[in-house]
Design a protein around this ligand. Sequence first.
Ligand SMILES: [Zn+2]
Length: 467
Amino acid sequence: MNASHRVAHPIHPFIPATSIEGVAWPAVPGSAAAAVLGILDQLGQTQWWPPELIRQYQFRQLGSLLNHAARNVPFYGARLAAAGFRPGDTLNEATWRRIPVLSRRDVQDNGRSLDSAAVPREHGTAGLISTSGSTGTPISVRRSQLSYLFWQAITLRDHLWHDRDVTAKLAMIRFDPEGHAKPPHGLEMPNWGEPTARFYPTGPTAMLAIASPIDVQIEWLRRHDPAYLQTHPTNLFHLARHCIAHGISLALRGVSTVGEALTPEARAACREAFGAEVTDIYSTREVGYVALQCPGGPHYHVQAEDVFVEILDDAGAPCLPGQIGRVVVTPLHNLATPLIRYHLGDHAEAGAPCPCGRGLPVIARIVGRTRNMLRLRTGQLLYPGYVVSKLVEVPAVIQFQAVQRTIDRIELRLVVRQPLTAEDEAAIRRIVSSSIGADFAVDIATCNAIERSASGKYEEFRSELLE
Ligand SMILES: [Zn+2]
């Protein structure tokens, strides 16, 4: 019997908050918590289902979503009819494949005609979520309260999978648009916040704006001495490298990352600097969770109970394990603005079934935003992540950003400690040509700072041909 989240003797018992005076254990959750814990209990079982069974039930839920969309969403009425789907039909794979992929631009252009005219009352009110992503093409969708129940349950699943002790202290170095967590002090909170603290007694949280200088971040972390750290991958990479370079040790039990593609170099630097493994989270504001890292390795499991994920090649066919393609998602439970076969704007590598035994589909790695790839003359796309780890090994370089301007020209923007010598420049050009080929002219420009995008993300590589 392996229908549980993990081993029989957990290191950190995960006991919900009780709602009944005089009952300490087992807890009796309140009615609001019971729905989410009821979902979580099912997730504990469905993760072990065979892939075919998971897919069969996904199609049952997709059929329900399409029925709703065909009847209630103006945009989908004609689109689904053209694909051969009629309300009341049982959905099959052939019909599904005829539905066109929905681009970010489609969402932008069609605005509120993607909204449902009538969301079932039990799904609660729908809030408007606006997101610019890193692309500067803002979209907005409505997300129902019901879709947040799944978001909450999957947040808890992530803690369970990675055996986090939620009673310990959490530090978050995150984008801080409201300016609540300015350096050097940041912000202190009594618990881990929504949704974890709603269900479990947790330890405190400290938060610091990601715009803080790296040495200020490290001083702040030393002061707080947290068990866990959550931040963006590029920030983690620079934190780890700074600690390694200056012999600073921080005793972290775990690190989690969100918001950007996590490179193998950042994983390795984190392990070396902190002796801690990174667990990455793949989610977006308009969709919610897409995939969580497997407890057994660096790859990801699609959160298949709440989202249907396809990785498609240029011809629109599903990628085989080892192939890289577009990430196309369909959130299963948000009827307020149904996104059906929505291209997130990311590329990922399809994975083989996981030896951990979970039947949830596998994403081997998230390659990154499509526009963070390099376009070659042959039309191929390449992710130049390797450049990242090598360029910061040039002593003069503090920070950099590479921008593909044309099919054969790359601009490197560098923040430097001291003016570049001819040797530095030669080393930089060697790194670029050895990692992406010699077919590019490289323009080197120095600047004082490289800003994060409006959403707090940092792009080390960006192609202007893929925007
Ligand atoms: Zn696994």
